[in-house]
Design a protein around this ligand. Sequence first.
Ligand code: HSE
Length: 436
Amino acid sequence: MKSGIGIGLIGLGTVGSGVVKLLGENAGVISRRLGAEVMLVKAADLDASRAKALKLSKDIYTKNADDVINNPDIDIVIELIGGYRPAKEFILSALKNGKPVVTANKALLAMHGEEIFSASEKYGAPVGFEASVGGGIPIIGAIKQGIAANNIQSIYGIINGTSNYILTKMTDEGREFDDVLDEAKALGYAEADPTFDVEGIDPAHKLAILANIAYGTPINFPDIYTEGISNILPEDIRYARELGFKIKLLAIAKLKDGEIEARVHPTMLPEDYLIAKVDGVFNAIYVVGDALGPAMFYGRGAGDMPTASAVVSDVIDISRDILCGKSGRTPVASFRKGNRKKLSVMPIDKVRCRYYMRFTALDHPGVLSKISGILGRHDISISSVIQHGRDAGSAVPIVVMTHGAVERNVRKALAKIDGLDVISAKTVVIRVEGEE
Ligand code: HSE
């Protein structure tokens, strides 16, 4: 049996630096669990100052990723540069060399996962991607192993800490989106370009990965309906509270009649739901399995050490197989090659849920009956209505909560309602999860 595992790291940014620290600080417990040492053989980054800050020796630091990928002393390659190129080439080259890969690269897996999974199977080299979803939360391992006996019925994820931080502050302090976003940037939570976080792209990348391994189907990011939080207003958060709901940016995947629902959008959740209580930068993934029932995985979805925890857990898992001379024990995409099948993804038009609608209507007699008449003719039943105060002759908000309705009907009804001369602004719509 080998006495040590050689690691090569590409990328010494936040997570890469965390991995270097964790391999050093927790070397004792890691080697006791593994029965072998994990040694950092090479670490590549174009920026030498990062290696200097980590006090990496000249033997270990390199500017050239090829020194990692083609190094015979390296058993596992860790890719932590993010983005599509050259990360994809590095991963494919490492796999071609028969080297297992560990990555946190959610965007790459959500766009090119199938190519990477196929290469992994072809060259018999595993790919670990625990850190790609939910930072330190071990949700990939849970789906691939811990709850593998279940048909997974649904997944609800708060899997973007930046947007959850913004919505939490807007809810708790009644502040505007732009104001809290500026604060999140100043605190280093949001990127200088926060588009991926606040427009739902980052959680949609993560949902593609979760749905892929939960349902054994090659679903990719473009298959996922995506809406962000940049249009959420404090007044909708206030109405949500009045109705007993909270607004969260939710990533939802469900298997229904052989079709997958996969969507990311602001969602109203009953405030007593466990996942509605997940606040700040924290992430949570609530999974319902047919045998298990509901289970919620909660923790830090970002940050150097939590994410490094997930990366190094993959290193340990793969090392165990290497030390036993085995590979391919757990299929890379959770289902055995050949047992995965393409499932169709339900178009958003077919989705059925409850809806919150905020109309801006002139305060005239008969306005509500016009609105409710159109909703009724589109098979949309109202569960409650709020109108505060009155302002005869001017526009006032009228808030309607519906029972379960089909999105196509909702869109058609709202196009008609927004065309009425008594409606003075585009109606705000937010999907609602919970009992119909
Ligand atoms: N930008 C992500 C977030 C963290 O805000 O949750 C990394 O996935």
